[in-house]
Ligand binder design. Structure first.
Ligand code: SAH
Length: 226
């Protein structure tokens, strides 16, 4: 299989529709974002391990979320849980030279891997993409407001900081448990919300969760830290 065949199957399946998104999926080769020893699986429509217990998202999920996000040339986008960098690079291709994509990833090793992968397209050195190591549940207040915010890890609710850091008419696409949510900001405190159930994600882990509740300590093995 090739990257083009993967993209064509996503079009046939009805997941990819918009010309600018299709073009970016074709340009950004998924094999550049999977570990060396799983390159032969890069074009299968499945999530794949990228180390540290995390996965590169499933192609159909990324395609579906991108279509809801409606990224456009010139947009400033926040990508939470940038991981391998695949989705970040697709977004960077779409926003073009005048746009900007900020990625946040909480696992230091993945932050490095993601940056290296994204730089294959010169998006880091050209300044089009910046990747930060940290807790995406805080958003990125210094770089706000954003036209679009997308998250690849699933929490319990849409984070208030993301809603606040979004421009009017901006869009958030993020998972809550096993659903994808689309939020469109109509006015400062007014959001239109739509739910699309039936997906699977890795958990959104907030640094605040590091505090271990008393009841949990009681059940932990001697060497377990979380
Ligand atoms: N788009 C990425 C998805 C990786 S999986 C890709 O296709 O490669 C989701 C990522 O979210 C994981 O790498 C995980 O470490 C990260 N993550 C989870 N909670 C986070 C948080 N609070 N802040 C930043 N990243 C987080």
């Amino acid at each position: 299989m090739t990257n083009r065949e993967l993209v064509e199957s996503l079009i046939r399946g009805g997941y990819l529709k918009s010309p600018q998104i299709i073009k970016a999926f074709k340009k950004i080769d998924r094999a550049d974002f999977v570990p060396e020893d799983s390159r032969h699986e890069a074009y299968i429509n499945a999530p794949l391990p990228i180390g540290q217990g995390q996965t590169i998202s499933q192609p159909l999920t990324v395609a579906f979320m991108m279509e809801l996000l409606e990224p456009e040339a010139g947009n400033i986008i926040l990508d939470i849980g940038s991981g391998s960098g695949w989705q970040t690079a697709i977004l960077a291709e779409i926003v073009g030279k005048k746009g900007k994509v900020f990625g946040i990833e909480r696992i230091p090793k993945l932050t490095e891997i993601g940056k290296n992968n994204i730089e294959r397209y010169k998006f880091i050195s050209s300044g089009r993409v910046e990747i930060f190591e940290g807790d995406g549940t805080l958003g990125l207040p210094d770089k706000a407001p954003f036209d679009r915010i997308i998250a690849a890890a699933s929490g319990e609710k849409i984070i208030e900081a993301w809603k606040k850091q979004l421009k009017i008419n901006g869009r958030v696409v993020a998972p809550i448990e096993n659903s994808i949510f689309l939020l469109v900001k109509k006015a400062e405190n007014e959001f239109e919300e739509k739910e699309y159930p039936g997906f699977a994600f890795v958990p959104l882990i907030s640094d605040k969760d590091k505090e271990i509740p008393e009841w949990r300590k009681h059940f932990m093995k001697p060497n377990e830290s979380r």
